[in-house]
Design a protein around this ligand. Sequence first.
Ligand code: ZN
Length: 179
Amino acid sequence: MSLLQVARMGNPVLRQVAAPVEAAEIRTRAFQVFCDDLYDTMLEEDGLGLAAPQVHHSQRVVVFQLEAEEEPMFLINPVIVPLSETKAWGYEGCLSVPELRGRVERWVDIRVDALDRKGKPFAFEAHGWAARVVQHECDHLDGVLYVDRAQVGSLAFLKEYRRYGPPIKGPEAEDDGEE
Ligand code: ZN
């Protein structure tokens, strides 16, 4: 296992559109090792999710794990389709934008089509918080950071966020996840 270095906002790798992964590459040992390293880095950094560009690797790969007892889910070349018109605001954090929180509007119901880490196509639906995490991670593949989408006036440093609460209050559940 090796831990990878997380790129922080300002690093150009976070602003690139990441390249799709070729099907033939997925089964290579190098790619499988990268998936393990991406996941291990996410755990080490206490993240809920991590996208390959966040570790200086501009390919369309993300991993996330919402519950410790669940298996991590790898999405390769993911495509998101909203399933309803419903959107919701919620606070997000990002390992590439440390110590900050901001309020972002996301689709509530999505369908995701992707390849798994064995290269097999699969699809699933995600709702609410899970849908938010997937959208946040997949934005990284297009060079988009949550702060680009954050509501003006909602950004807060983590210490102040915890001390004073969210600057713009809404009905959303509070969360301290880093993605
Ligand atoms: Zn992020």
